[in-house]
Design a protein around this ligand. Structure first.
Ligand code: ADP
Length: 619
């Protein structure tokens, strides 16, 4: 189910701590309320448990001590003993009930944390999979993605981490009010000492929090690189190159550099915090010493009963704790929200590609490039310049050119992975920016050079598409037959249900390069889109398999439009036209026979150089 988590979000570029806290909490409350209201009930239960525990510590000992002192001073035994027994019973009851409530609530809340964690993971991957393609190549966005991932999980402890801190702030606020009230009634003069002590401690805690936040921002980039070295490179797909290029030493030394950098950030953080820990502890020791001395004196001169003294001592530690925790929880909450805010920033990355709403007409499709120029984002160089080109419906076009000539970029523009920098691309006379993205994508079945297969069953890999469309087994088999993979596929351990790769399933299969390419071609055929684009589709195929594909090309793409990028010029002969890319534009265009006859032509030169290798295969 597609979830649109980002609709609740509104973020600023350089936000203050309070703004981030407000936005993030707003978001967290909305998600929690929408997905699991019951979590608030468990927070209330937990706080009732805490209140019971406080009553046991603050109130009941005073009542009990006063009863016992009354008995020792000779008051009527019967009434006081009865009261004392009731207070003992209440103490036991408060203790066990408090534990029961807190334990139950914590267990439930921990479970809901996992639930919310999943929701955030879905949100993050959905955003990563749907954001403008150009973002996926932007290091700033990728660093932000890492900060979002870490910020919403272990740095903030997720929804329940933030709700915990929030409810702790509220709880400690009320505990502070209760402790202050006790002092106001029994020992008002000690309040200023408590408050000054706590203000100093809170100041040091705020400093510590800044040290943490600074480290987090630095870690965003370093951790991503470190993660790349540590986890990504351990993946099987890098195994061959690492071994055969003997690059373990080089990779290890690079990873150690980043390891060092992140250890250094953690060291700075630890030392930065310790600098503030020591003065904070000393302040607290002074606060305790002054308070206890003053209250003891008050009891000695008879202004406090023994029960009052017990309660005031408890209240002193409660006030200390509540103020300390109030400050710490408030800082903790802001810190966590500051981290989690990076998740909102990530969700909110706006897409640059405009979104139209026009539907694609079910008709023959004519493609027109009109004065198209393009440079990649963050680059000043034009990769394509002034392209004017038309591809008629049903035409089979071959694209050739040296590496880096812009062939793949031409396809990326046509598929609208990027928008043109200048000019426009029209399909059926309509600017492609005006089509709805979903509608527009239906036009294409593309096999890129760097296509990816996924660790799902072979069947799922062929039938990739909408979850709500049932797989059509017959169509999958036909696509496999056309690409020449069918025989191999049915002989796999679990046939078409065999999972690709062994990373998740020991019965999974590792396809050969050629089989992988055939699987990718089958995926494009299954899609049955009106425009088929194959970017070097035969690079990993042996000459025989390649020849088979050419022979069947008409059957493969039928009457559809097809664009076929190839380095093997002999394979272009069967296309209606060949476009030769060079010097950022389409240098030559025509049939094979026309192009080979251009004197000093680029195609003629390239063909002559290659002909000797392929002439046999296609003749
Ligand atoms: P071809 O497919 O003809 O080999 P490409 O279209 O892949 O060429 O690349 C054309 C030029 O664009 C090359 O100089 C390449 O380095 C550059 N290029 C390709 N992709 C990107 C990108 N994502 N960002 C910046 N430059 C790119």
């Amino acid at each position: 189910m597609a979830m649109n988590l980002s609709k609740h979000v509104e973020v600023k570029d350089n936000p203050g701590m309070l703004y981030m806290t407000r936005r993030t909490m707003n978001y967290v409350f909305k998600i929690a309320w929408k997905e699991k209201k019951i979590i608030f009930f468990y927070y209330i239960l937990k706080n009732i448990g805490y209140v019971l525990a406080e009553m046991k510590m603050l109130l009941l000992p005073k009542l009990l001590v006063d009863e016992i002192v009354a008995i020792t001073e000779g008051a009527a035994l019967e009434a006081h003993l009865k009261n004392a027994i009731i207070y003992v019973a209440l103490t036991v009851l408060a203790e066990s009930l408090s534990k029961l409530l807190v334990d139950t609530a914590e267990k439930k809340i921990a479970y809901y944390n996992v639930f919310f964690e999943r929701i955030f993971v879905y949100g993050l991957s959905e955003k990563s999979m749907t954001m403008d393609f150009e973002h996926t190549e932007d290091p700033t966005v990728l660093n932000q993605q890492n900060k979002a991932k870490e910020g919403i999980s272990w740095y903030s402890d997720g929804v329940t981490g933030m709700l915990d801190s929030f409810f702790n702030v509220i709880y400690n606020f009320f505990l502070m009010i209760a402790s202050v009230t006790i002092f106001l009634v029994y020992c008002p003069l000690i309040l200023p000492v408590q408050i000054i002590g706590m203000a100093i401690i809170t100041y040091f805690n705020a400093k510590k929090q800044k040290v943490h936040a600074k480290a987090f921002l630095k870690l965003g980039k370093v951790n991503r690189l470190f993660g790349y070295y540590l986890f990504d490179l351990a993946e099987a797909k890098y195994g061959k190159d690492i071994r055969l290029y003997d690059s373990v030493d080089m990779l290890t030394s690079r990873s150690k550099e980043f390891g060092k950098e992140s250890v250094e950030i953690f060291r700075e953080r630890a030392e930065g915090c310790l600098k503030y820990d020591y003065p904070s502890q000393i302040t607290n020791a002074f606060r305790d010493a002054i308070s206890y001395a003053y209250m003891g004196y008050q009891a000695l001169i008879g202004l406090l009963t023994l029960g009052d003294l017990t309660m005031c001592i408890s209240a002193a530690s409660r006030l200390f704790q509540s103020l300390l925790w109030l400050g710490m929880n408030a800082q903790d909450l802001m810190e966590k929200c500051g981290y989690a805010y990076h998740y909102l920033v990530y969700l909110e990355y706006s897409d640059n590609l405009s979104k139209g709403d026009k539907e694609v007409k079910d008709e023959k499709h004519e493609i027109v490039f009109e004065n198209v120029s393009f440079k990649y984002p963050r680059s000043d160089e034009y990769v394509l310049k002034n392209i004017n080109f038309k591809i008629t419906s049903g035409e089979h076009l071959s694209i050739v050119g040296l590496n880096g000539a812009g062939k793949t970029t031409f396809i990326k523009l046509l598929c609208r992975l990027y928008d043109v920098t200048e000019g426009r691309i029209l399909i059926d006379g309509i600017d492609i920016r005006d089509y709805s993205t979903e509608e527009y994508r239906k036009l294409f079945a593309v096999v890129f050079q760097d296509f990816q297969l996924f660790a799902f069953s072979l069947k799922d890999n062929i039938a990739m598409g909408r979850a709500d469309e049932p797989l059509n087994e017959k169509k999958i088999e036909e696509a496999l037959k056309l690409s020449g993979l069918y025989e191999d596929a049915v002989n796999l351990d679990e046939g078409l249900d065999t999972r690709l790769f062994k990373s998740f399933d020991e019965h999974g299969t590792e396809l050969s390069g050629g089989q992988r390419q055939k699987a990718a071609i089958s995926r494009a055929l299954y899609r049955n889109a009106p425009i088929v684009i194959l970017d070097e589709p035969t690079a990993a195929l042996d000459p025989l398999a390649e020849y088979e594909i050419y022979k069947k090309f008409d059957a493969l793409v039928g009457g559809k439009s097809a664009i076929y990028i190839s380095h093997r010029l002999s394979s272009c002969k069967f296309c209606d036209r060949i476009a030769v890319f060079a010097d950022n534009t389409i240098k030559e265009c025509g049939t094979h026979d026309e192009l080979v006859n251009i004197k000093d032509g680029l195609y003629a030169e390239m063909f002559a150089a290659q002909a000797q290798y392929y002439v046999d295969a296609v003749s």
